[in-house]
Design a protein around this ligand. Structure first.
Ligand SMILES: Cc1ncc(COP(=O)(O)O)c(C=O)c1O
Length: 425
């Protein structure tokens, strides 16, 4: 029998260490919220391939849509000929997104989507400046890694950051930054670094993903909208991780009662097939000259067909309502873990819909981050048969990203395994 250990050893020799594989296992098959490794071990999946399989692994409708497309053609390139699935997907997203009179273009990865969102904002405004936030994650390309608000491990030593990007502190009161302080810092950037009339976009995640599942305060988001309106800046809501029912709404932006100018999307849109997109106000989206946008594989037909099925499943299976319910169940259990004296000390517990997380802290009742315990808990969870992801600016957050289609029994089983892990370390 092939062992995980032998494959991990081959992996060390064949694949660079720069791309980390969190769990030292190799997966043979996956179904909804369950995975089986090459040794036949079963796991509950609380990672969803980093917020991708909101509709579960191998959802029959998504698989059937992709298979149906494969019977016709696999690739054409939108820049060569049109095809209906791209067009229909753009029309459906334009209707769903919280932007009046939207247009949508497709790409392949989240980084491509955020990078193109900036390109579009710069072309429309004819300005260079981009404001992002500490702890933000927008990708690993040269521009998006510069927008990402955490130097280690994302930036490459010796490589200068892309010009024109400025980081504003993200408001997290229990880690020492209030909304007012963040707004003050933004005013300083406008005074010391770049005049607001030279800023093309403020890019913000409605809930920071890799940064630690910290929600942007509603009042802060609304203030950013006002500042953008005042200075003619595009407000870009990066929904790569928050999109497609994860937070209890199709777009997390809907929780804020504002209209962003541009929304990059990716991950859960394709249900496991690679596709990303930029949705934005038509006038802004048309700011780039013909030929300035695109990509050979961008908006691949199989991914477009899968994405149309994903949108159907979200609607038919009421995944927004289910995300809200899942979040309630998870938060109740996590708050109980926090009260327990026999488990590893837990600090802040938070969530929006099924985007739920908690922090591991050095002492019960404190806020001092414990990154070592965080690593130990994810490792102990794997031993117990649970795939879990950590994240966070302070590397002490554990996030729960179960598929929104997870059967109730598997949800409780996963939470039981988490409790075992919290007890074990
Ligand atoms: C908010 C956000 N933006 C952009 C990205 C980059 O997406 P990708 O890894 O598909 O390039 C991510 C990935 O985690 C993300 O969470």
């Amino acid at each position: 029998m092939i062992s995980n250990a032998s494959l991990v050893a081959r992996r060390q020799a064949a694949v660079p260490r720069g791309v980390v594989t969190g769990a030292p296992i190799f997966v043979e098959r996956a179904k909804n919220a369950e995975l089986w490794d090459v040794e036949g071990n079963r796991y509950i999946d609380f990672a969803s391939g980093i917020a991708v399989t909101n509709t579960g692994h191998m959802h029959p409708k998504v698989v059937a849509a992709a298979q149906g497309q494969l019977e016709k053609y696999a690739h054409l390139a939108w820049q060569v000929t049109g095809y209906d699935s791209y067009l229909e997907l753009a029309e459906r997203l334009n209707a769903l997104a919280p932007i009046a009179n939207a247009k949508t273009i497709f790409f392949t990865t989240g980084a491509e989507a955020t990078e193109n969102a900036v390109k579009i904002a710069r072309a429309y405004t004819k300005r260079q400046g981009i404001i992002t936030f500490t702890g933000a994650f927008h990708g690993r390309t040269q521009l998006t890694v510069s927008m990402t608000g955490k130097a280690v491990p994302y930036r490459t030593p010796g490589t200068p950051a892309a010009p024109g990007v400025f980081h504003c502190p993200f408001p997290i009161p229990h880690h020492g930054t209030t909304e007012d302080e963040a707004l003050h810092a933004l005013a300083h950037i406008f005074k010391a670094d770049i005049n607001p009339t030279d800023v093309a976009a403020i890019v913000i995640e409605p809930v920071q993903g890799e940064g630690g599942f910290y929600q942007t305060p509603v009042t802060f988001m609304r203030r950013l909208r006002e500042i953008c309106d005042q200075h003619g800046i595009c407000l870009v809501a990066d929904e790569v991780q928050t999109g497609f029912a994860r937070t209890g709404k199709v777009f997390a932006t809907e929780h804020f009662g504002i209209e962003p100018d541009i929304i990059p999307v990716a991950k859960a849109l394709g249900g496991g097939f690679p596709i990303s997109g930029v949705i934005g106000k038509a006038e802004i989206m048309d700011g780039v000259e013909p030929g300035g946008l695109g990509g050979t594989y961008a908006g691949n037909p199989i991914s477009c067909a899968a994405a149309l099925a994903v949108l159907d499943v979200i609607e038919e299976e009421k995944l927004c309502e289910r995300a809200t319910w899942l979040g309630e169940v998870m938060l109740k259990r996590l708050h109980a873990f926090k009260q327990s004296n026999t488990l590893r000390p837990i600090g802040d517990v938070r969530g929006l819909g099924a985007m739920v997380a908690f922090e591991l802290v050095k002492e019960r009742g404190g806020n001092d981050p414990d990154p070592d315990a965080t690593k130990a808990v994810t490792a102990a969870a794997l031993d117990a048969g649970l795939i879990l992801l950590s994240c966070g600016y302070y590397a002490n957050t554990i996030r729960i990203l179960a598929p929104l289609t997870i059967p109730e029994a598997h949800l409780h089983e996963g939470l039981d395994k988490l409790e075992i892990a919290l007890k074990a370390v």
